[in-house]
Design a protein around this ligand. Structure first.
Ligand SMILES: [Zn+2]
Length: 398
């Protein structure tokens, strides 16, 4: 990869012809139309939070360096069949979009008196200072794979690229473009509904990541291999259909949306349980009952517990006995057992094995609910018995 350092390009030049698409949250063009700020493999603009974007402008005003910016050189033929050197931002898109948006009055910064100032309202000397700031730009020329490989390893923008952002860059093409338009678009009216079940940021490609994870898992492959196989597809029908099917299934089975539903492994749950029939009203009653059960520690486990027919109480992490209770019960049981010449594990005591008279040590025993939690048994000292580890395990998780 060949690189050339440029120090002559100013903020004013970059902002000449700056276009920002508010709907898609993208800085599009600059440098008099010669620069593509957000090529399709770039991530969305994520600095528009009133902090990172403001920090970029404050850095410029204080004369702090903005850091290196990388352009990819793309040679194209213009209408007169001449070769033209155009540029794509490889790294620096967030910073460029921040000053581009500021110069075009899209957000304000606070001045030394705490007053909000848009670019147009700044004193002329400050406007000049911003516009005349020159940038450190590396122009890179190389093959597509060189540049992608490099892009995959950079981490200088302040916020590291996450896995899906890297995948979008590496497997860029028609499929990614279509997938992003559906799943990475903050303007999509479904985002709120998706976010009820999926823990993720649309802009950081995390909804898209889940969608890809779900479909690729059904094929027993990784997200990367799925993206690679579909890279040149001109539709995302399979991805979209499967994703919507999972979401509709959740919507259909569960009436109330609980905050603990957010971020569950819905793809796996759908695959495991979607062939079972559920009565949403019954499901809802079971969920409500478990929510109000003080012994249920893990609320997130309620949904799979109910889907699985209320059997696997491990999922609920039912409250366990504390050490003081266990110790007290152990002492009572052991004292009685010794007096009667039988084992202090009540199940060993009625067994036919060598352990019939064995006195187990405290650490060899576990606490058990006499009356199972699932049948209404409380986690109280009256409902606690100590069993030897083997018998406790054999009794199973109830
Ligand atoms: Zn036993």
């Amino acid at each position: 990869m060949k690189t050339t350092l440029r120090t002559d390009i100013t903020v004013a030049q970059i902002c000449d012809g700056f276009v920002y698409n508010e709907l898609e949250g993208k800085g599009l063009f600059g440098l008099s139309g010669m620069l593509t700020i957000q090529p399709e493999y770039q991530r969305n603009y994520i600095y528009a939070d009133g902090k990172k974007d403001v920090a970029v402008i404050e850095s410029i005003l204080k004369g702090y360096p903005l850091g290196l910016i990388y352009f990819n050189v793309v040679e194209t033929q213009n209408a007169a069949s001449q070769v033209e050197r155009r540029f794509e931002v490889l790294d620096g898109q967030q910073r460029i979009t921040s000053f581009g948006r500021y110069v075009t009055n899209k957000f304000a910064i606070k001045d030394e008196n705490g007053m909000e100032q848009y670019f147009d309202g700044l004193p002329v000397d400050k406007q000049q200072k911003i516009l005349e700031t020159s940038l450190l730009i590396y122009e890179c020329e190389g093959t597509e794979s060189d540049i992608k490989e490099w892009f995959k390893t950079i981490n200088i923008a302040g916020i590291p690229l996450n896995r899906q952002e890297i995948n979008n860059a590496v497997y860029c093409g028609e499929f990614v473009t279509l997938a992003k338009a559906e799943f990475s678009n903050t303007g999509n009216s479904n985002v709120m509904k998706w976010n009820a079940y999926i823990n993720g940021n649309v802009n950081r490609q995390e909804i898209l990541e889940r969608a890809l994870e779900w479909i690729s898992a059904t094929k027993g492959e990784t997200v990367e291999s799925y993206m690679s196989r579909h890279r040149h597809d001109t539709n995302i029908t399979e991805l979209k259909t499967y994703f919507n099917t999972v979401i509709d299934w959740i919507d259909g089975v569960f009436i109330d949306v609980k905050k603990e539903m957010r971020g569950l492994e819905w793809g796996r749950l759908y695959e495991t349980y979607h062939t079972k029939a559920y009565n949403p009203k019954t499901v809802n009653e079971q969920v409500q009952k478990l929510y109000s059960d003080p012994y249920v520690v893990c609320k997130k486990g309620i949904f799979e517990y109910v889907l699985g027919g209320c059997v696997d109480s491990k999922l609920l992490e039912v409250r366990i006995f504390d050490d003081a209770t266990k110790k007290t019960v152990y002492n009572q049981q052991t004292e009685k057992a010794k007096a009667n010449g039988i084992s202090n594990c009540p199940l060993c005591a009625i067994g036919h094995e060598n352990n019939r008279t064995k006195i187990w040590e405290f650490k060899q025993m576990d606490a058990d609910h006499v009356s199972a939690w699932s049948k209404g048994g409380a986690t109280s000292i009256e409902n606690c018995q100590m069993l030897c580890s083997t018998h406790n395990r054999a009794k199973g998780n109830r």
